[in-house]
Ligand binder design. Structure first.
Ligand code: ASP
Length: 345
C-alpha cells in the first residue's frame, strides 16, 4: 500500500513570495507551493494537504495555532501513516516542543520542516527539505512500523528530535541543531537513521491529544547588573504560575542575600521556578558550585539539559493540564517525551 502522508501547511518562508513593491517576503497560499515542487509527484505516495486559513510568518505563532496543528493531526491520525508540518523557522523549535507534549502517546512521524529561501527561488532549500521530510515520514522499518514515531525537525542535512532542537542560524541552510542530543538521522546521498537515538514505543497506546496550554509563564534572564528592584518586579508578575530562570553555566546564579531572598519568596508564594542554563550545550548541575547549591536550596527545580523552547512549552502544557504547583514541580524535572536527560553528576 502506498504511504499516506498529510501535509499541514502553516506558512513560513517556504511558501512566501516577494512583494513586488516592497521586496519584503509575505506568506502565500499552498497551491503555489505545490506548483513549485512538481517533483513531489514523483514520489509514489498518497499525499493530501490542509493549510491554515491564513498562512503566517511563524513569528506570529501562538498556542491557538499549536492547537490547530495538533487537532489537524489528531483528527486525521488514523487515516495517515505520517505527517509533515510546513512551518517558518523562527519558532519551529517551540512548535516542535509544544506538539511533542500535546500529542500524547504519539506513535507516528510528525516531521516539521521549512526553508531559509522561498520555494520559488532558484537556490531554494525548500524543495529538498520538503521531499526529504516526506521520505522520512514514509520510511518504514523491516517490521513494517514507521521508522520515526515522534515529533522531529528535518532541516538540510539533519533530522533532530523536535523538543531537543534550537534554531542556531538566521543565514545557514543547516539552521537547526540539537546541542544535547544526537541527530535522529543524517541526510547526505541517502538518509542514515540513527536507530539508537530514535524513540521506540514497545506498547503503543491510542493517541491522547491535550489541547489546553496555560500561558501564565514567563522567563527571567540573569545578567550581571540585574538589580533587586528589577528582579523582584519580574518575580511578582501577577498571575504568573511558572518561571524559567535562565542561569549561568552549570545553573549558577548570584549568591547575594537579596537575590536568594527574592527567589525564595517567589517559591514560597507557590511559583514554580525552573533553572535552565543560558549555555547552548550541557546542563544544570546545581551541586557543582556554591552559587548553584544556594539556588537549589530555595526550591528552584533543575531543568537539567532541557532547551528553553522545551522548558517554556512544557510548563504551559503541565499547567494547561490543570496540575497544581507540586505536581508541576515533580513532572517538570522528569523526562516525559525525551526532552531532557537526568544527569548523575
Ligand atoms: N520569519 C520566517 C518565519 O519564521 C522565517 C522562516 O520561515 O525561515 O516564518
Amino acid at each position: 500500500m502506498k504511504p499516506r502522508i498529510l501535509i499541514v501547511y502553516t506558512g513560513g518562508t517556504i511558501g512566501m513570495i516577494e512583494d513586488p513593491k516592497t521586496k519584503a517576503l509575505r506568506p502565500f497560499d499552498f497551491s503555489h507551493l505545490m506548483e513549485n515542487v512538481p517533483k513531489v509527484k514523483m514520489l509514489d505516495y498518497k499525499i493530501d494537504n490542509i493549510q491554515f486559513s491564513q498562512p503566517i510568518d511563524s513569528s506570529d505563532m501562538d498556542p491557538d495555532h499549536w492547537k490547530t496543528i495538533a487537532r489537524s493531526i489528531a483528527d486525521n491520525y488514523d487515516f495517515y501513516d505520517g505527517f509533515v508540518v510546513l512551518h517558518g523557522t523562527d519558532t519551529m523549535a517551540y512548535t516542535a516542543s509544544a506538539l511533542s507534549f500535546m500529542l500524547g502517546n504519539l506513535d507516528k512521524p510528525v516531521i516539521i520542516t521549512g526553508s531559509q529561501l522561498p520555494i520559488g527561488e532558484v537556490r531554494t532549500d525548500g524543495e529538498e527539505n520538503l521531499i526529504t521530510a516526506l521520505q522520512i515520514a514514509a520510511d518504514r522499518r523491516p517490521d513494517g512500523k514507521t521508522t520515526v514515531s515522534e515529533v522531529a525537525i528535518l532541516f538540510e542535512n539533519y533530522l533532530w528530535r523536535g523538543n531537543r532542537a534550537t534554531k542556531r542560524s538566521a543565514d545557514n541552510f543547516n539552521a537547526f541543531k540539537s546541542n544535547n542530543y544526537p541527530q535522529l538521522a543524517k541526510i547526505g546521498l541517502g538518509i542514515q537513521f540513527n536507530y539508537d537515538a530514535l524513540a521506540r514505543h514497545c506498547h503503543p497506546q491510542p493517541l491522547t491529544p491535550y489541547y489546553e496550554l496555560d500561558t501564565n509563564v514567563v522567563s527571567i534572564d540573569l545578567f550581571p547588573g540585574l538589580s533587586e528592584q528589577n528582579l523582584r518586579y519580574q518575580l511578582a508578575n501577577p498571575g504568573v504560575k511558572g518561571i524559567i530562570l535562565r542561569t549561568y553555566g552549570a545553573g549558577n546564579a548570584p549568591t547575594s542575600q537579596w537575590f536568594i531572598d527574592a527567589v525564595s519568596e517567589a517559591v514560597q508564594r507557590g511559583v514554580v521556578i525552573l533553572n535552565v542554563t543560558q549555555c547552548v550545550n550541557g546542563g544544570v548541575h546545581t551541586n557543582r558550585y556554591v552559587s548553584g547549591d544556594l539556588l537549589a536550596a530555595t526550591g528552584v527545580i533543575s531543568g537539567h539539559d532541557i532547551t528553553f523552547e522545551a522548558a517554556i512549552t512544557k510548563m504551559m502544557y503541565l499547567f494547561g493540564r490543570g496540575l497544581d504547583a507540586e505536581q508541576v514541580k515533580k513532572l517538570i524535572a522528569e523526562p516525559l517525551v525525551g526532552e531532557l536527560t537526568l544527569s548523575s553528576i
